[in-house]
Design a protein around this ligand. Structure first.
Ligand SMILES: *[C@@H]1O[C@H](CO)[C@@H](O)[C@H](O)[C@H]1NC(C)=O
Length: 374
């Protein structure tokens, strides 16, 4: 049992490793053309630099990690491919992939250079289990057979074209079905046009006009941001009307959130909450965390999330917690102090009891400004 599992692992990771091999290949080709014909060099310097770094890392790891290990269960000596070891060490963020060898094996069981299997649900599952980024594959992803070519650049179109989504993995087979089942998921952009992020019905609301006024008064320009767990991009859509670019992280859990955002002309980033934000340090003006960021996230992970948000925010940028919910006692004893550790200025801090909550839960809406310098 142990041996066959081990063997499976080796096989599937060997497949994974083909990506590294192709990088190897690419880098060695680059070297050759560089030395033979320096005048015809077409690969930009920065790329060569990247490839050199990768190569150096690979050499370093190969020298320091012997490739032969003893499999104690079968008492045989297995030779693990070098690349497999390298992959696991080069990409520790995806090391959770190794914890789900069966899923990964399914994912990597495909015929190269043909249509990929239709396994978007498997992708979601793997990513949610921490296997992110997923290994690349050399197959063609499936596309809808008769997509509509009249794509709207209005972030609040009257409807989203059903023919631009592959529905087979979802219970609903149309956007109108999704709207009917869950009117609040954002699959009816037109209905958001006159409402989302505009109304001030309670202290928990922060209309975007008010947010922008607060930023303006603080001399802080808002141009770029990210909405963490932003579903179909409702926040990004609103901000687009102010010519502000917002990226939206979203997963396709049970419904085509990414496609919906993209059909509104908004950028969906397919990354789970536990993922380091794919952005450089200090580049964003605002990070909004909506419902997806809440007490169900383990505290330690939440702490990493907040510090990563801090990393990507520029000095003077804003963290906007929109209806963060937790138990009242936890907000006081756990999350309040956790947020406090960031040392941000509390521009807004409003709490209210969550209606009909058995666990004495509360909502928090906070607008926090990162200090300009630490
Ligand atoms: C957004 O940009 C467009 C094109 O530059 C401009 O016409 C429009 O007035 C801008 N809207 C806002 C709210 O600034």
């Amino acid at each position: 049992m142990g041996f066959s599992m081990g063997l499976n692992l080796v096989l599937l990771l060997a497949m994974v490793a083909t990506n590294i091999l192709s990088l190897y290949h690419l880098s060695s080709t680059t070297y050759q053309s560089q030395t033979k014909a320096p005048t015809q060099q077409q690969v930009p310097d920065y790329l060569i630099h990247q490839l050199q770094t990768i190569r150096a890392t690979i050499n370093h790891l190969t020298r320091h990690h012997p490739s032969t290990t003893i499999d104690t269960n079968s008492k045989t000596t297995t030779t693990i491919p070098q690349d497999l070891l390298l992959y696991s060490r080069l990409s520790p963020i995806a090391s959770s992939c190794h914890n789900h060898p069966d899923l990964l094996h399914n994912y990597m069981s495909y015929t190269p250079f043909t249509l990929c299997p239709h396994d978007t649900d498997l992708e979601e599952t793997l990513i949610l289990h921490g296997c992110h980024p997923l290994p690349r594959r050399r197959c063609f992803s499936r596309t809808p057979s008769k997509p509509s070519s009249s794509l709207s650049s209005d972030p609040f179109p009257s409807s989203l074209p059903d023919s631009n989504v592959i529905w087979s993995k979802y219970n609903c087979k149309s956007f109108s079905c999704l709207v009917q089942k869950s009117p609040n998921l954002g699959f009816d952009p037109a209905s958001e046009k006159s409402s989302s992020f505009l109304a001030f019905k309670s202290e928990l609301d922060l209309p975007v006009t008010q947010f922008l006024d607060l930023a303006k008064a603080a001399n802080s320009v808002i141009r770029l941001g990210i909405d963490v767990g932003g579903a179909t991009g409702s926040f990004a859509a609103r901000m687009k009307l102010y010519n502000i670019t917002i990226l939206t992280t979203t997963m396709n859990l049970g419904a085509p959130y990414s496609e919906a955002a993209a059909l509104r002309g908004l950028v969906p980033l397919h990354v789970p909450l536990q993922q380091r934000l794919p952005l450089f340090d200090g580049v964003l003006d605002v990070v909004r965390c909506g419902h997806a960021v809440n007490r169900w996230i383990p505290v330690i992970m939440m702490e990493f999330l907040f510090y990563d948000v801090d990393r990507v925010l520029r000095g003077g940028g804003y963290l906007w917690l929109d209806r963060f919910f937790s138990k009242a006692s936890d907000l006081e004893n756990v999350y309040g102090p956790l947020i406090g550790k960031l040392g941000y200025k509390k521009v807004k801090w409003a709490t209210a009891n969550k209606p009909n909550s058995k666990n004495r839960e509360v909502y928090l809406t906070a607008l926090l400004q990162k200090p300009v310098s630490k």
